[in-house]
Write a protein that binds this ligand. Structure first.
Ligand SMILES: [Zn+2]
Length: 384
């Protein structure tokens, strides 16, 4: 019989519940969960660890492609100015330096106990190192284009990238083609994206700033200057007279949709989403929101409306590290009333469900192989 691994911490989070420190996690030597048993029947060779044991974290929103942009974009400018800065500065370093930064960021995520990542891709820069990565990746091939006349061309461009990522598909990789954001995708492009067969989950930056809602309400706000700055013709856009979310969500009804940020989402938007897209996931990246907008979403509202919440780190352009544990700590500083047990489920099982990988990741159910993360107040680290 192959050797078993047995771990015991100060507490054990199984993906849904926090169990006492007297419970022992039993795994095969390959890290497949065999059981959770009381220490009195666990036998010999139990490794006692100083910290809380959790299944590996799931980071449902990241941009590894922007890993070379740490400290480059100023903080607190608001989203339109942030995007302008990223678009103007993202190509300024040479390719080798960009590759080294991505590798380093991916390794740091793995070592901090993240097991799977939903990673936004605008190109093929991450393709090479995703081939042999211990991390599971879902690559979201992000498509954008606000001028309807170029929709087909932009779609074809991203489809070509998607085809290259599809060659990596297997147990450690999956991919889909997705819209960037409501202010950067025309109706014609939304239509093309929604008609893509076998394409899920969808991911989209949602209501990250007030200006996105203003654009859809009455075609006012900071995005008009943004379009002008980049010589983008916004004349074909007709405002819906609603917030942004109800205007585009019908394109993806019934599909799993990961809504990222939700900083300016209202109770009405949530009620609408519940009706139209019951498989919606609400991904929070609080540190990026603080970095860009100096505000975090109304997490109390999302909880009270029964939203399924997941966590993401966004990129090093808008965050000082890609650590799910640091995102959790930030949420706890702002919402001390939310139990750690609940937030840990956002960081593990909910994220795995959002990426469709809960059969392997996100919990310590028997037969799963989610990785094991050890957490103390200061940091999280992978032990398996
Ligand atoms: Zn993002």
């Amino acid at each position: 019989m192959s050797q078993q691994l047995k771990f015991k911490g100060t507490a054990l989070f199984n993906g849904r519940q926090l169990l006492p420190g007297s419970m022992v996690l039993v795994l095969s030597d390959k890290g497949i969960v065999q059981d959770i048993v009381h220490e009195s029947v666990a036998g010999d060779d139990v490794q006692q660890l100083n910290g809380l044991l959790s299944p590996g974290f799931i980071n449902t929103h990241c941009h590894l492609e922007l890993s070379h942009m740490g400290g480059i974009v100023p903080e607190g400018t608001g989203l339109p100015a942030f995007l302008t800065s990223v678009m103007e500065k993202r190509g300024q370093q040479d390719v080798l330096a960009q590759e080294a930064a991505m590798q380093q960021a991916a390794t740091a995520m793995w070592e901090s106990g993240i097991s799977a990542v939903g990673d936004i891709c605008n190109g093929t820069a991450t393709l090479a190192f995703k081939k042999d990565s211990p991390l599971y990746y879902h690559s979201f091939i992000e498509c954008m284009g606000f001028v309807p006349g170029f929709a087909q061309q932009r779609y074809e461009y991203s489809l070509d990238i998607l085809r290259q990522f599809r060659e990596l598909n297997g147990p450690g990789h999956s991919c889909s083609i997705v819209p960037h954001a409501p202010y950067s995708v025309s109706e014609a492009l939304f239509s093309l994206l929604s008609a893509t067969p076998d394409n899920m989950p969808i991911s989209i930056h949602n209501q990250e700033c007030e200006a996105e809602n203003s654009l859809y309400q009455d075609k006012t706000g900071a995005f008009l200057d943004f379009y002008k700055h980049f010589n983008m013709d916004a004349s074909a856009f007709t405002p819906s007279g609603t917030n942004s979310l109800p205007a585009w969500l019908p394109w993806f009804r019934q599909l799993p949709v990961i809504l990222v940020h939700n900083t300016y989402t209202t109770e009405q938007d949530i009620a609408y989403t519940r009706e139209l897209a019951p498989r919606a996931y609400w991904c929070l990246c609080p540190q990026a929101n603080l970095y860009i907008e100096n505000r975090i979403p109304d997490i109390g509202l999302l909880r009270s409306q029964g939203c399924t919440i997941t966590l993401g780190t966004d990129s090093l352009a808008s965050n000082h590290q890609l650590s799910i544990w640091q995102e959790i700590q930030t949420i706890r500083r702002h919402y001390s009333n939310i139990a750690l047990e609940e937030i840990l489920q956002w960081a593990t099982l909910n994220g795995a469900m959002a990426l469709g990988i809960e059969g392997k990741y996100g919990s310590f159910e028997k037969g799963r192989q989610p990785g094991v993360t050890l957490i103390d107040e200061k940091e999280s680290r992978r032990i398996l």
